[in-house]
Structures are given as structure tokens and as C-alpha cells.
Design a protein around this ligand. Structure first.
Ligand code: GTP
Length: 406
């Protein structure tokens, strides 16, 4: 057990600047942050916030239109104390003026219809929008094998959206990593490969069929006479991909300590939108950024004792982030993807998922803006999630575009 009397991170690289008022120099793809986020947070009462600035969409409790907000724009740039407007999460419009790059996105008619802006990225150049840190990559990708796939009708967007759940085995660990595939055009090569001695029924049972199953079907091949062939791609953009790390607390037991649950929901929602072309969520069993649920729960206790998410990991003698993404790269390659649009705020992920030989190329990064910041339904508001997001931005380099609420 760590000595809590001396509860400081052992790795000085993770300390925040001594002077809390120092504003770090950020590359141009960040929103300007004229005052430290820590101060912004302390000035806000996270429990009483609602959103009125147009950049975050319309406050559901307000009867004013977006146009009204736009015309009221100048007053919304006043300090929180001067203005009538109450402010969202970590940021206020005061800190992120609308001239910030990327603010040209059209305001959606409803905040929850929000389709986030894609930012072109290029990891091969330092100014490419994904940080400069070199990920530690294995020299070659692990072997992955999709052993079974099944159609799952879902509750996403009411009803009617289906996805195909792909279960993978691999050469690195004994965990069942998953690919959640939206749309009919993305197929796993390892699943489709013919296994020695297998029958057509074997193929149907392990999901290696095209089209849909129906009672009495006997062949795994496309059955176009029955309208059962694979549909053509709906759009030509690189597919949307989310690499998601398991979070039992955030996804299953309603934790308001992190934004993991809403990120998973939001990724699925975006991939289900009509015309989105579908997409893939790679669901990695990397609970607690790779340290496991038991250790994460200890880390939560350390956080309640006053440490942030990074310090807590270090006190437990874990790295701040114990994840790697080689399995995700291999699974995406198995699914026949090469160029992708990646839903993330984490620059390390952009570089790492590309693999040792850029087997995957991230063409665009799509920011995951916390729902509460843009006034969307279901956004998490808690002191804990505020602190968590702050640490992700300040210590883990997460590229949250704080003004991009629309
Ligand atoms: N160790 C630890 N893990 C956490 C904590 N909160 C959430 N997690 C885990 O963090 C993982 C998600 O990572 P995040 O840092 O939230 O986000 P990310 O995946 O790096 O970046 P995005 O792609 O932008 O979401 C999940 O595995 C969660 O279980 C925490 O306080 N401590």
C-alpha cells in the first residue's frame, strides 16, 4: 500500500506546473485557454449549471432561440459573475471566444443531433494535430481471430438500429475483445475464412454468413434472390471508428466519476445516424486504463483522499495509462479498414492505433465533446467528472476543444 502521508506521484513528469496560474502553451488545434482550467472549475458550481451559450446549443430550459443567443453574443462573453448566463462544465464562452478555429460548425436544430466536427490529422508530421509523443509499439501486430459474430438489434435511437457484435481471440492475452460493427459492408477476414472441415451450418452458427439469417436458411453465401446480399456502402468517407476501453463503473453502474458511458453511447449514436455509413467500435477489455477494476477502485479511494486520476495510478505503482492499442490496430485491419476517422480526444490513441507500419491511417480526428458541455440530454454533471476531465486535459494532453459545443 502506498504511504498516504506522503501521497505524491513518484514520477515528477506528471506534476502539474508549480504555479497553478501558469497557462500551458498549447498547439494551434487546442482552443485558447486564457485562464487555467483549474481556476475555471473552482469558479463554477458544477451542480447548478445549465447551458445558454450558442456554442453549446440551446438550453432546454430556455425559451430563447439560437438566434436570440447569437444576437446576445457580446453579453455572453462577460465574466460568469457579470453575465446572466450560467455556464457549462469546465469552460465558459468567456474563455473560448467564437473566433477559435473550428467554430464554424453549423448549430444543430437540437443539441443531441450534434455531429461533431472532424479535424484532419497527420501523425507523420509534428504539426499534424496528434501530439508529438512517440507511442511504444510492438514491432509487429498481434494475431487476431474473429471466432463468432451475431446480429444484435439495439435500443439506440429508439429502436431499429442493428449492429453486428464480433468476438475476437488473440495472441496477446486471454480476453475477449470485441468489435461492434454498424452497417452491412464491414466484414472480418478471419471470420469469413473457411475453417477446415466445417459445414455450412457451422458457418451459419459462427456468423460467417452474408445477408441475414432466417428460419430454414442453409447456405452461408449471399442469397440475393431473397434480398439477402450485402448492401453497397452508403458513403465513401473513411469509416468512423471509436477505440473504447472497458469501464464497468461508467458503462454499467451509473458512475458519474468519468465520461466513459456517455462516450460509448455517443459513438454508437453517431454510427447509427442515417447517412453516417456506419462504423466500428473496438471495445477493448482494458478496464481502468489497463490496471483492472480492483486497482481502479483503489484509485478511486485515493482520489477521494485528494489525488487526481493520474496521481492515484502512480501511487498504486501503475503507469498513468497502462494501455496499448496493437490489438485494436490488428482488429481494424482484420475488418478490412485502412483509412479511418477516429472518435477521440486522446492524441496518444491517434498515433498508437496506426500501428508499427501505419497499417491503419487516421485521416481525421472527431472530438468527443462531453454532452453536458453542449447542453445535450444525458450529460454528466458532477464534481468528480469535472476534475477527471480537467486532469485528462492538463496532464494527459487530451485535445478537448472546449468551445466546440455545436
Ligand atoms: N485508472 C483509472 N482508470 C479510469 C479512471 N476513470 C476512468 N478510467 C478508465 O479509463 C478508460 C477510459 O479512458 P479515458 O482516459 O477516459 O479516455 P481515453 O480512452 O484515453 O480517451 P478518449 O478516446 O478521448 O475517450 C476506461 O478504461 C476507464 O475504466 C480512473 O480514475 N482511474
Amino acid at each position: 500500500m502506498p504511504n498516504l502521508e506522503n501521497a505524491a506521484p513518484s514520477n515528477p513528469a506528471w506534476y502539474p506546473p508549480e504555479d497553478d496560474d501558469v497557462v500551458p502553451q498549447l498547439p494551434p488545434f487546442y482552443s485558447p485557454r486564457p485562464i487555467p482550467v483549474s481556476r475555471a472549475i473552482s469558479e463554477l458550481d458544477l451542480n447548478s449549471l445549465h447551458i445558454t451559450h450558442p456554442a453549446f446549443g440551446q438550453d432546454p430550459r430556455s425559451s430563447n432561440s439560437h438566434a436570440d443567443h447569437d444576437s446576445d453574443h457580446e453579453s455572453s462573453l462577460q465574466s460568469p459573475l457579470e453575465s446572466d448566463h450560467e455556464l457549462p462544465g469546465l469552460v465558459s464562452p468567456q474563455f473560448t471566444p467564437p473566433s477559435t478555429p473550428g467554430n464554424g460548425t453549423q448549430t444543430p436544430s437540437h443539441p443531441h443531433q450534434h455531429i461533431p466536427r472532424s479535424v484532419p490529422v497527420d501523425s507523420s508530421i509534428p504539426s499534424g494535430g496528434c501530439g508529438t509523443k512517440k507511442p511504444q509499439l510492438l514491432p509487429q501486430l498481434p494475431d487476431v481471430n474473429c471466432v463468432v459474430r451475431a446480429r444484435i438489434p439495439t435500443t439506440i435511437g429508439g429502436s431499429g438500429t442493428e449492429m453486428f457484435l464480433h468476438l475476437y481471440q488473440n495472441s496477446e492475452d486471454n480476453k475477449e475483445h470485441l468489435a461492434i460493427v454498424f452497417g452491412n459492408t464491414i466484414r472480418s477476414k478471419s471470420l469469413d475464412r473457411v475453417r477446415e472441415g466445417e459445414t455450412e451450418m457451422d458457418r451459419l452458427i459462427r456468423g460467417a454468413y452474408t445477408g441475414r439469417l432466417y428460419p430454414g436458411r442453409t447456405s452461408s453465401k449471399a442469397d440475393s434472390a431473397n434480398g439477402n446480399g450485402a448492401r453497397a456502402a452508403e458513403r465513401n468517407d473513411p469509416p468512423l471508428v471509436r477505440i473504447h476501453s472497458e469501464c464497468y463503473t461508467g458503462e454499467t453502474v451509473w458512475s458519474a466519476r468519468c465520461d466513459c458511458g456517455e462516450q460509448l453511447d455517443e459513438a454508437a449514436r453517431l454510427m447509427s445516424l442515417p447517412g453516417s455509413g456506419g462504423g466500428v467500435i473496438i471495445y477493448l477489455r482494458q478496464e481502468g486504463r489497463g490496471i483492472g477494476l480492483g486497482e481502479k477502485l483503489k484509485a478511486y479511494n485515493l482520489q477521494d483522499l485528494g489525488n487526481d486520476t493520474v496521481e492515484a495510478n502512480l501511487l498504486l505503482r501503475h503507469p498513468a495509462d497502462a494501455r496499448s492499442y496493437g490489438l485494436a490496430t490488428a482488429m481494424l485491419a482484420d475488418l478490412g479498414l485502412q483509412d479511418i476517422r477516429l472518435l477521440t480526444n486522446n492524441p496518444d490513441k491517434v498515433r498508437a492505433v496506426e500501428g508499427p507500419n501505419r497499417e491503419i491511417v487516421v485521416k481525421e480526428r472527431v472530438a468527443m465533446i462531453p454532452l453536458a458541455w453542449r447542453g445535450a440530454k444525458g450529460g454528466i454533471r458532477s464534481q468528480e467528472v469535472g476534475g477527471y476531465l480537467k486532469t485528462k486535459i492538463e496532464k494527459m494532453g487530451h485535445m478537448l476543444q472546449m468551445n466546440e459545443g455545436s
